[in-house]
Unconditional design. Structure first.
Length: 106
C-alpha cells in the first residue's frame, strides 16, 4: 500500500475545472429548455464546500495505491481471476489498472 499526499493547489485546480464544467452544463441544459438537474447543483455545492475546506487547511487529499499479486495455474485462469477482481473493484467505483512493468529482485 502506498499513500501519497496530493498538493492542495492541484486539487483546487481540478475542483475549479469541474465546477466550471458543471455550470456550463447547467447553462446549456437551460438554453435547451431541459428541466433543471438538482444532482448537478448539489455536486457544485459539494465541490465549493470542499474547496473552502482545502483553502483553510481543514481537509487534505491523498493518493492511495494498493498493489497486490494475482496468481493462476494457467493464463486462462489468471485472466479469469484478473477480470473478476477488476469487476469487483469497479462495482465499488475503485479505479484499477494492471501493472505493466515488473521489478527485478536483487
Amino acid at each position: 500500500m502506498v499513500i501519497q499526499p496530493v498538493k492542495s493547489e492541484v486539487v483546487l485546480d481540478n475542483l475549479r475545472k469541474k465546477v466550471s464544467q458543471l455550470e456550463a452544463g447547467i447553462q446549456i441544459d437551460a438554453e435547451k429548455g431541459k428541466v433543471r438537474d438538482p444532482g448537478k447543483q448539489a455536486t457544485i455545492q459539494d465541490a465549493e464546500e470542499m474547496r473552502d475546506k482545502l483553502q483553510v487547511g481543514e481537509e487534505r487529499f491523498f493518493r492511495l495505491g494498493f498493489y497486490f499479486t494475482i496468481y493462476g495455474s494457467s493464463m486462462d485462469e489468471l485472466e479469469f481471476v484478473t477480470h473478476k477482481v477488476e469487476s469487483i473493484l469497479g462495482q465499488q467505483l475503485i479505479y484499477s489498472k494492471a501493472a505493466s512493468t515488473q521489478q527485478n529482485k536483487d
